[in-house]
Design a protein around this ligand. Structure first.
Ligand code: NYM
Ligand code: MG
Length: 217
């Protein structure tokens, strides 16, 4: 995989859909091929904002719905420059969750005016992924995988709404272009194989079109 700039690749999906496993496998595969790869995840719980998010998710603290939404977004903004720098320096960045999670989990709360459109606003201007791999699994199947954890949002009814909202979000013109759905109900190896195929195809397109890194709009 050649090319002048790195790619921005994002994994999305419900809790328990296998994102972290697939992220690690892709990072390893690309590194083995000699590519420079940076592995990130959101929320990044290591920063002060990330610690506030962590406390909210574990139930140690409460946050108003709009406030926590904006904190999740701010947590991406505090890494935005670093992501751009990596990409421009030829390093591919693979991220476990990004703006799409930011939109669908907040919108799933059904706090009236906080619809997908409202939730998307603070994301505008962030580096736009070249590819978003959506690991698709029903909330029932996700629940069967050893059950959800104890963090906030890890409830089947909310996860079911989250999955519907991921579908709805694919109607936005940029998201329609960026998101590729992968059936996460297959074996780890099968998903891995499909993911790699999609990534290679995206790389080929990028190399032929010579696209600059774009931004969410
Ligand atoms: N989450 C994640 C959000 O609600 N908004 C966001 O912007 C992001 C990045 O955090 N249930 C939610 C989705 C997850 C939870 O993420 C923790 P993870 O990847 O399960 O540790
Ligand atoms: Mg989780």
């Amino acid at each position: 995989m050649g090319g002048t700039r790195g790619m921005l690749i994002v994994f999305e999906g419900l809790d328990r859909s296998g994102k972290s496993t697939q992220c690690e496998k892709l990072v390893q595969t690309l590194r083995n091929e000699g590519e420079k790869v940076e592995h990130m995840q959101f929320p990044n719980r290591t920063t002060p904002i990330g610690q506030m998010i962590n406390e909210y998710l574990t139930g140690e603290s409460q946050q108003e719905d709009h406030v926590i939404h904006l904190l999740f977004s701010a947590n991406r903004w505090e890494s935005a420059q670093a992501i751009e720098n990596h990409i421009r320096a030829g390093t591919t960045v693979v991220i476990d969750r990004y703006s799409y999670s930011g939109c669908v989990y907040s919108a799933a709360k059904q706090n009236k005016a906080m619809d997908l459109e409202w939730c998307r606003q603070p994301e505008e201007g962030l580096p736009r992924p070249d590819l978003c791999l959506f690991l698709d699994l029903s909330s029932e199947e996700a629940a069967k995988r050893g059950g959800f954890g104890t963090e906030r949002y890890e409830k089947q009814d909310l996860q079911a709404r989250v999955r519907e909202l991921y579908t709805e979000m694919r109607q936005h013109e940029d998201e329609r272009e960026d998101i590729v759905v992968v059936n996460a109900g297959q074996s780890i190896e099968e998903v891995q194989c499909e993911v790699l195929k999609v990534v290679k195809e995206a790389r080929r397109q990028l190399d032929t079109q010579g696209l600059e890194l774009r931004h969410m709009r």
